[in-house]
Design a protein around this ligand. Structure first.
Ligand code: NAD
Ligand code: DAU
Length: 360
């Protein structure tokens, strides 16, 4: 039975990936989820699979070399899928150091542990053992010409502390591949949306605020463009790259689905108006009147857009969920899981929200 070590599996994309993998492979794989459970990690995301015999959760910090080495010593790991990271750009602008620690040192700790466990005396590696590093399109910087796209060959040009830390982690993975022939792939994906996304990010924050009749903050002029991908399509892409991609290669993942932030927020308002029952008292509060333009994010990248040509040609991946369907499924999921959001926004979240949005 193949064993996967998933880091950051209690977060947004990691938990969706674990669900996807069990749906696809059932009992024929084993997953070990290693997560520190920071504010973004939430075991509620995995409630329905936590009792499976082929699933194990281990609470550990990816920077803790001793703990990570022990996991490799005690388990015959065939695949690493490395999601764990600090992921929110706004937080990185206020507190960059934790991004350096987790995203850079944590990634190198993971690389060292996998290399030590997989390397054979002759410098080759145990057959069919692979590491996949999950990264972001933000490492490529910002596009100004509307006809440009991010390709795997686009020069790295990160602007935020978050994207600089992810770029640095990508370079370490590349360095291990080049120097040690370490068996890895890198994926650089565009903005994900879907169930279990922490409500600090634009889409769940907008849904949550709209349901509470609170202002919907739009940074700057609202015309920054992101390229949105339904999270399950990302999970599928990661699995396909690991199984069918060429080792040592980078693959961009995205769906040619560019939208301005203001369009996203207006679509959410419209979708909530459609989905909320007429007798729900919140329905009357959900309107475009809640939209509030606030001071722009520092160093705010204008446009991201992925060219997914390589993953399509070499791996056969394409995004299955169109935005209209994906956003409806997402809003519906949040309406059906209000307790999940309530748990996220209790405690520290209120303080975070005050710090980030007060006087903005
Ligand atoms: P997230 O913030 O929702 O989840 C991150 C997870 O990592 C959490 O469960 C957290 O507890 C865990 N974690 C953080 N620090 C850790 C540490 N030191 N040790 C162990 N676990 C730790 O993030 P996400 O949105 O699910 O993103 C997952 C990965 O995908 C990240 O590497 C991110 O850079 C990348 N990515 C995200 C997007 C997106 O749109 N969200 C797009 C492209 C790439
Ligand atoms: O592109 C991939 C990246 O997408 C990932 O690597 C990151 O981990 C992920 O967080 C995401 O980064 P963004 O900064 O693009 O996502 P966020 O949801 O924070 O913001 C999306 C856009 O919406 C961005 O242009 C900023 C804007 N925004 C965001 C928030 C939270 C607002 O206008 N108002 C808000 O309140």
């Amino acid at each position: 039975m193949r064993t996967y070590l998933v880091t950051g599996g209690a977060g947004f994309i990691g938990s969706n990936y674990i669900h996807y993998m069990f749906k696809k492979y059932g009992d024929s794989i084993r997953i070990i989820n290693v997560d520190k459970l920071t504010y973004a990690g939430n075991l509620e995301n995995l409630k329905d699979i936590e009792d499976r015999d082929n699933y194990t959760f281990i609470r550990a910090d990816i920077c803790d070399a001793e703990a990570i080495n022990k996991i490799f010593e005690e388990n015959d790991i065939d695949r690493v899928v490395h999601f764990a990271a600090e992921s929110h750009v706004d937080r990185s602008i206020k507190h960059p150091m934790v991004f350096v620690k987790t995203n850079v040192l944590g990634t190198v700790t993971m690389l060292n542990a996998a290399k030590a466990a997989w390397e054979l005396p002759d410098g080759t590696y145990k057959p069919d053992h692979k590491f996949l590093h999950v990264s972001t399109d933000e490492v490529y910087g910002s596009l100004s010409n509307p006809e440009d796209y991010f390709y795997e060959t686009t020069k790295y040009d990160p602007h935020s502390p978050y994207s600089a830390s992810k770029a640095s982690s990508d370079f370490f993975v590349k360095a291990y591949m080049d120097t040690y022939k370490f068996p890895a792939n890198i994926t650089n994906c565009s903005n994900n949306y879907g169930p279990y996304q922490f409500p600090e990010k634009l889409i769940p924050l907008t849904i949550n605020n709209a349901l509470h009749g609170k202002a919907l903050p739009i940074y700057g002029d609202g015309k920054n463009i992101r390229d949105w991908l339904y999270v399950e399509d990302h999970a599928k892409g990661i699995d396909m790259v690991q199984e069918e991609g060429k080792l040592f290669e980078t693959y961009n993942i995205g769906g040619h689905n560019e939208r301005q932030n203001i369009q996203i927020v207006k679509t959410i308002i419209k979708t909530l108006q459609e989905l909320l029952p007429d007798d729900d008292p919140r329905k009357k509060n959900v309107s475009e009147d809640l939209i509030t333009y606030v001071t722009d994010r520092k160093g705010h990248d204008r446009r991201y857009a992925i060219a997914p040509d390589k993953i399509k040609a070499e791996v056969g991946w394409y995004p299955e969920t169109c935005f209209e369907e994906g956003i409806k499924k997402t809003v519906k999921w949040y309406l059906e899981h209000e307790e999940w959001i309530d748990h996220c926004v209790s405690g520290d979240y209120q303080k975070y929200y005050e710090d980030m949005y007060k006087n903005r």
